[in-house]
Design a protein around this ligand. Structure first.
Ligand SMILES: Cc1cc2nc3c(=O)[nH]c(=O)nc-3n(C[C@H](O)[C@H](O)[C@H](O)COP(=O)(O)O)c2cc1C
Length: 161
């Protein structure tokens, strides 16, 4: 049987939340890997450009998010997360993954990633794989995470013969 290289919709959306760019760098790397895997319609976007209702249009979402303050969202994610906390959206059609970036020296390690994960699950969304949390030296964790994630995206795709 012959399968087309290009995956059909829904393509994954990579959403990043960042203060100083680490999460954006990794989200863009992950997006490039997805595109190279055939997800030519995959997108990458800053969380500040979205509101929670936009998740209804993106049934497959990959979050790469850092934590600031003391377990708080980075400033670009404040409005989105505030709205998500207040929201009663039905996200039962959403599948998601989260890579959190943080620093183990903080008591609320990857606090925003944890709170985001909990809120998405409370609204009915389903994780593709357990949340991953990376310390300041995040490269090895990222590399292992993306290798686990990409096959899961494909198993959620519909290939065209
Ligand atoms: C002022 C400040 C506060 C931070 N607060 C936390 C925190 O509460 N929990 C955590 O895990 N990491 C914390 N971090 C670490 C950042 O999340 C980490 O450096 C991350 O890689 C930054 O990613 P970004 O460039 O995408 O924002 C903090 C860093 C700074 C400088």
């Amino acid at each position: 049987m012959c399968y087309a290289l290009v995956m059909s919709q829904p393509a994954p959306a990579f959403i990043y939340a960042t203060e100083t760019g680490n999460a954006e760098t990794l989200a863009r790397q992950a997006h490039e890997r997805a595109v190279a895997s055939g997800w030519i319609h995959a997108s990458v976007v800053n969380i500040s450009q979205l509101n929670p209702a936009d998740l209804l249009a993106h049934p497959l979402v990959i979050f790469v998010v850092s934590t600031w303050g003391d377990g708080e969202p980075p400033s670009d994610a404040t409005d989105f997360f505030y709205a998500l906390e207040k929201s009663a959206l039905d996200l039962s059609g959403l599948r998601y993954a989260i890579l959190g970036l943080g620093d183990h020296d903080y008591s609320e390690f990857c606090g925003f990633a944890r709170n985001l994960d909990a809120r998405l699950a409370a609204l009915g969304a389903t994780p593709l794989l357990p949340r991953e949390e990376a310390d300041l030296d995040y490269e090895d964790t990222y590399n292992a995470w993306i290798e686990r994630l990409l096959p899961l995206l494909e198993s959620n795709s519909v290939t065209t013969s």
